[in-house]
Design a protein around this ligand. Structure first.
Ligand SMILES: O=C(O)C[C@H](NC(=O)Cc1c[nH]c2ccccc12)C(=O)O
Length: 436
């Protein structure tokens, strides 16, 4: 019987081909049409039971959804780029979620593994020293780039699906592989949770690669995710002749500028780390017009849910105050959110034990001290925990060509087989878990 290691070694060419294809056809959140159809086809060929689109994504719980015109345009683009027509109708309208289930027929827990599929809104570097450019798989979609490793995550999910199906006679219980859209901007997980995707999951594991963790190190229970709230703020003023009748105008641009400066002063909280970032300020229409419109794209973050919630409430007050200063209207729209979350220690201990026993990592640790970014997998973790299940978030360190969200981001692809190995071992050895 082929060993796990032999099976994964045999997959290496396929892993690189998958990763580089996903990278080349990078698709941002809710627009992962091509990616989702290819993933669905691979999982179908492997023999998994599939739940797709609206079956696993609650329409009303989606956040930060692009408008109808963009959804339609991007679906057409995906078809032109090779999205599979037989699957795409499941994902139309921005429902690019997939859950693949393997029921072994033998008693055992439901184990959930979650990967995310979306790219970032970013133009990828086309410099000669950027490997994806040099080797011909740089993103072909303007304004979309896999600059956080989610092409690798999707590939790890497919590699895991392949080896687990091949070794299904050695498994027990049920395996659920969750392919999530729109993690960037923390927009997709809540909708999958609302659709009930993890309601039966007893042991949940989400993953990330890189994040500053050194190559060869695995973090078994990352617990430093910042709770976060993402908001768009529209200011509406009154236009007027800037030279002739400025006093008749109500300046939305100044309100937005005032709000921006005030928002960035909000990072004091006795509860710990807090962040505010105004990432976008768009305003006005012409140099001789008192600006009647402005848009801010803002995020708040906090080391705990309470810190973030407090900062968010202060932000709302600051925005209302800036609008009042200039006599303009303001409207806040929620565009994304994620909670902070602590993994369950019994599951972290089990992952640590299995990673140690594998002997393929230079370092195995439970957690890292530095405040990480944010993650909406925390919604799934919290849902599993509130039903008494086990949940953790594993980070696989690897060499990065540049930091996350940078136009020259790239990762060492050798991290993928190591990640698949550990995740597969968690499933194959789950009977050794002594926790609840
Ligand atoms: O808030 C978001 O949009 C989610 C996004 N998430 C990530 O980038 C994934 C991530 C989680 N932890 C880390 C740590 C370092 C880089 C990336 C991450 C972020 O933090 O901006």
């Amino acid at each position: 019987m082929k060993s796990l290691s032999d099976r994964i070694s045999a997959l290496l060419p396929q892993l690189q081909q998958w990763r580089r294809d996903f990278h080349h056809y990078a698709e941002s959140g809710w627009l992962e049409f091509r990616t989702a159809t290819l993933v669905a086809e691979e999982l179908h060929k492997l023999g998994y039971q599939l739940k797709l689109g609206r079956e696993v994504v609650d329409a009303d719980a989606r956040m930060g959804l692009p408008d109808e015109a963009i959804l339609k345009q991007q679906e057409a683009r995906a078809l032109q780029q090779g999205a599979l027509p037989q699957w795409i109708s499941h994902f139309s309208g921005g429902f690019c979620g997939i859950v693949a289930t393997l029921e072994t027929g033998r008693p055992g827990p439901v184990m959930g593994f979650r990967v995310d599929m979306d790219a970032l809104d970013l133009n990828e570097s086309q410099a000669a020293d950027h490997l994806p450019q040099r080797e011909g798989f740089v993103s072909c979609n303007a304004g979309m780039m896999h600059a956080c490793g989610h092409d690798g995550h999707t590939t790890i999910g497919l590699g895991l699906a392949s080896v687990l199906m091949a070794m299904k006679d050695q498994l027990s219980g049920t395996i659920k592989l969750i392919f999530q859209p729109a993690e960037e901007g923390v927009r997709g997980a809540k909708a999958m949770v609302a659709a009930g995707v993890v309601d039966d999951v007893e042991r949940f594991t989400a993953i990330h690669i890189g994040t500053g963790v050194p190559a060869g190190e695995v973090v078994c229970g990352s617990d430093s995710f910042l709770a976060t709230t993402k908001l768009d703020v529209h200011f509406t003023g009154i236009g007027a002749h800037a030279g002739g009748r400025p006093e008749e105008g109500r300046n939305a641009l100044l309100a937005a500028a005032q709000a921006t400066l005030a928002l960035h002063g909000l990072t004091q909280h006795s509860g710990g780390v807090a962040r505010v970032n105004v990432g976008v300020l768009q305003a006005g229409t012409g140099r001789n017009v008192v600006p009647d419109c402005a848009l801010l794209k803002v995020e708040t973050r906090g080391v705990t849910n309470q810190v973030n919630d407090d900062i968010y409430q202060q932000a709302l007050r600051v925005i209302a105050g800036a609008a009042a200063m200039y006599g303009v209207e303001q409207e806040v729209s929620l565009m994304g959110a994620a909670r902070s979350c602590t993994p369950t220690q019994p599951w972290v201990d089990f992952i640590h034990q299995q990673a140690d026993a594998l002997g393929i990592f230079d370092s195995v640790v439970d957690r890292k001290a530095q405040a990480a970014g944010s993650e909406d997998a925390t919604y799934m973790m919290e849902r599993v925990k509130e039903r008494g299940g086990q949940a953790s978030y594993v980070i696989f360190g690897c060499e990065l060509a540049a930091g996350h969200h940078n136009a020259k981001f790239d990762f060492d692809e050798r991290v993928m087989p190591d990640a698949i190995t550990l995740l597969a071992i968690l499933a194959l050895n789950q009977a050794q878990f002594g926790g609840s």
